[in-house]
Structures are given as C-alpha cells and as structure tokens.
Design a protein around this ligand. Structure first.
Ligand SMILES: CC(C)(COP(=O)(O)OP(=O)(O)OC[C@H]1O[C@@H](n2cnc3c(N)ncnc32)[C@H](O)[C@@H]1OP(=O)(O)O)[C@@H](O)C(=O)NCCC(=O)NCCS
Length: 378
C-alpha cells in the first residue's frame, strides 16, 4: 500500500511559487501582478498588460513605446514560416495549426540561451508579437486567400484584424478585441500554463513551451469551451427552449458549456467584464438574439446549480463577442491563445529563474513480477 494519497487533477496542490497573477475563487477576484483585472481592462492596453505580466510593473510611456516598436519588428514572419503555414492542410483546426506554427517559429528564430536575460526576453517578446500573425495567417490560408503581412504602426489587436482582412480595422472592433485580450492574458496555474511550465522545466525555449501549452488549451474542458458555448446557444435557438434543453442536459448528466470552474465558485470576474464589453458592443453594432438566449441560460443554470458554485466562466460571453466581430467559431480558442501567450511567457521566465525539472510521483496500481509467457503460449 502506498502512503502517498492521490489528488485527482492535482486540485489544490501547488505546483510552483508565482507572482504573476492571483485569484480568490470565492470572492471572484483576479489580479495581474497585484492590479485588479477590472482596472486593467478599463484603463490599459494589451501591450501594457503584457509588459506588466512579463516584468511585474506597469511600463512608463517610454518603456511602452520601445516595447511596441520591438513587437512591431518581431511580428514580421520569415518567409519560410509563412510557406510552412501555407502548406498546412486546410481541414486542420486553427489550434492544431497554431501549435505547429509556434514550434515552427522556434525553427526560424535565433537559438535561445535560457541562462541569458536578454535572450529569454527577446524570445518571449517574439512569441507575444508573432502569435496573432500566425493565427491570422492560417485563417487566410484555409480560406484560400493570400497571406497579409503585419502593418507598421498598428498594435496587437488592430494588427490581428488587419492581417485577417487586409483592411483598416474598425475602431470599435479593435478596442473590443484589445480588451478581450487583456481579460484572457493570464490566469494562474491552469492546465495550459502548467503544461508550459512543465515543458519549460526541461530547459526548453518559449516556442516549444508555448506550443505544448496551446495543445493543452485546445481541449473542451479548457479553452475549447468557448467554441462549444456558441454552438450550444445555436442549438437552443430560442429563449423559450432554454428550460427544456437544460432539463435534457441534466437528465443525460451532461455539462453545460461555459459554466463552472475549478477555482471560481462565483461568477468569473472575466465573464462579468466580457458581458459589459458584449453589451457595449451590441449597443454600438446591433444586438444578437443569441445574447438573449445566453441571459436566459445563465438565469436557469444559476437557479439550478448556483448553490453548487456553478456560474458562468470566461468562455460564456467571449464567443458572443467574437461572433459579433465576424470571426469564425473555431478561431475563438486561438484568440484566447494569442492573448494567453503573454501569461505563458511570464510563467516560462519565472520558471527559468528558479527551474527544477517537473517529475511528479505516481501511485502504481498494476501487477508486478509476472512470469514472461512466450508468444506461442498466449
Ligand atoms: C471547468 C470544469 C472542468 C471545472 O470543474 P471541476 O472543478 O473539475 O468540477 P467537476 O467537473 O469535477 O464537476 C463537479 C460537479 O459539478 C458538476 N458540474 C461542473 N461543471 C458543470 C457544468 N458546466 N454543467 C453542469 N454540471 C457541472 C459536475 O457534473 C459534477 O457533478 P457531480 O459531483 O454530481 O458529478 C467544469 O466546470 C466543466 O467541465 N465545465 C464545462 C466546460 C467549460 O466551460 N470549461 C471552461 C472552463 S474556463
């Protein structure tokens, strides 16, 4: 009998000491480097937040200007990488394309010396700068369109929209996306951040580490939920169907996508902010009937499951925002990823500063010391 007790999913078990972000799941608080997410999403830009996550302080105006200049240069993809993305099967999921593209980015970038702060920094910035361009590039390719290179003078969100359409981005759309990127940039030791740190702990560069993290983020229990939320709202169709649909789900013991969280036992603060963002945007660009279905679903699920701490999570409203921006459903999770790489890279840097290879234990349940049976006797 083993004396070690298994904690499924490592729930509640610390995997690292970190000062990147903080969550109070009962009170619904999320802070990046001590700053409440509400203040950052109201007053900051995504680039300011990426700097804050990487370096622990809000940037001065000159630091931010230099950072933006650096990101602008690092956003330019080498031809070999564009050619690689153009060769991807068009039927692949954009998350699969992103996972491969991030590994490809490592193949065309200078070798990272993880012991050197400048080298680490440059690689982290390259990942943050290039990821949105990688996502947009595959969107173009799979639609049979020409690659659009990033444009100087545009920031992350604007550039992403530019690279998608090859047209000057709409101001409301760019502002909304910028805010959504802030809200998705970091979230403590979730599955994909943990994956990033595990891959990094073998002294891997941030390209490989973030590629691994993107694989973890793809799953429906993690970032993949936002895509399913929208499909779910489409299936329900009308507010009059919500209650019957929910009863059916409960009878089949199926989960409602966009609800519940391992840490938050109240409404996810990011969901609150995204809802504000969504309503502001619908006010400017017109309402969507799916939002009414979403509100009714929130009411029904909260009535039935709220006492068990099951409330809307970040994925519940993000899909509605992205759909209104005209984005394809299966590109929602890559947008999550292109925001989250700033969190991944901050964790990767933290891991490199005090690295220990992750090598957990297991509780062995199999047989032992068996007698080998030759193939003719089996
Ligand atoms: C995110 C999630 C995996 C975290 O949950 P967790 O802490 O691991 O909790 P579990 O999955 O073990 O669920 C605990 C209980 O709550 C229920 N529950 C959790 N989320 C639920 C949901 N979205 N709908 C209905 N029931 C839910 C489970 O069925 C389980 O019930 P049981 O004890 O009767 O078996 C889970 O809430 C979930 O799968 N949500 C849907 C997917 C989603 O939106 N993911 C995005 C996360 S940001």
């Amino acid at each position: 009998m083993s004396s070690i007790e298994l904690v499924p999913g490592l729930a509640g078990i610390p995997a690292a000491e970190s000062s990147v972000s903080f969550i109070d799941g009962q009170a619904g608080i999320l802070e990046y480097r001590g700053y409440p997410i509400e203040a950052l999403s109201e007053h900051s830009t995504y680039e300011e937040v990426a700097w804050l996550l990487l370096y622990g302080e809000l940037p001065s105006a000159s630091e931010l200007a230099a950072f933006n200049k650096d990101l602008e240069e690092l956003r330019v993809l080498p031809d070999a990488l564009v050619a690689m993305i153009q060769a991807f099967p068009k039927t692949g999921h954009p998350m699969q394309a992103l996972q491969a593209s991030l590994a490809g980015l490592g193949m065309v970038s200078p070798k990272v010396n993880i012991k050197d702060a400048d080298s680490r920094d440059q690689a982290a910035r390259r990942v943050i700068a290039a990821t949105p361009v990688l996502v947009a590039a595959f969107e173009r390719v799979r639609a049979g369109k020409e690659y659009v290179a990033p444009k100087a003078g545009l920031r992350t969100a604007e550039n992403f929209l530019w690279c998608l359409d090859g047209e000057a981005p709409d101001e409301v759309a760019a502002k909304t996306l910028d805010c959504a990127l802030i809200l998705h940039a970091e979230h403590t030791m979730n599955a994909s951040t943990f994956a990033c740190r595990v891959v990094g702990s073998t002294e891997n560069d941030p390209y490989t580490s973030c590629s691994g993290a993107v694989g973890a983020l793809f799953g429906p229990l993690h970032g993949g939920a936002n895509e399913r939320v929208l499909n779910q709202l489409g299936t329900i169709g009308d507010i009059s169907n919500v209650e019957a649909w929910f009863e059916g789900k409960t009878e089949r013991k199926e989960k409602v996508m966009g609800f519940g969280h391992r840490v938050y036992k109240t409404k996810d603060p990011r969901a609150k902010n995204l809802q504000i963002l969504a309503t502001e945007m619908f006010g400017k660009l017109g309402n969507t009937p799916k939002y009414d279905v979403a509100l009714k679903l929130e009411q029904v699920v909260t009535e039935k499951l709220g006492s068990r701490g099951i409330y809307p999570n970040v994925d519940f409203f993000s899909g509605l925002v992205y759909e209104k921006l005209g984005l394809d459903t299966d590109v929602f999770t890559p947008i999550f990823a292109m925001a989250r790489v700033s969190g991944y890279c901050s964790h990767w840097c933290e891991q490199m500063l005090d690295n220990k290879l992750f090598r957990p234990a297991q509780i062995y349940k199999g047989e032992r010391e068996r007698e080998y049976v030759s193939i003719d006797k089996r």
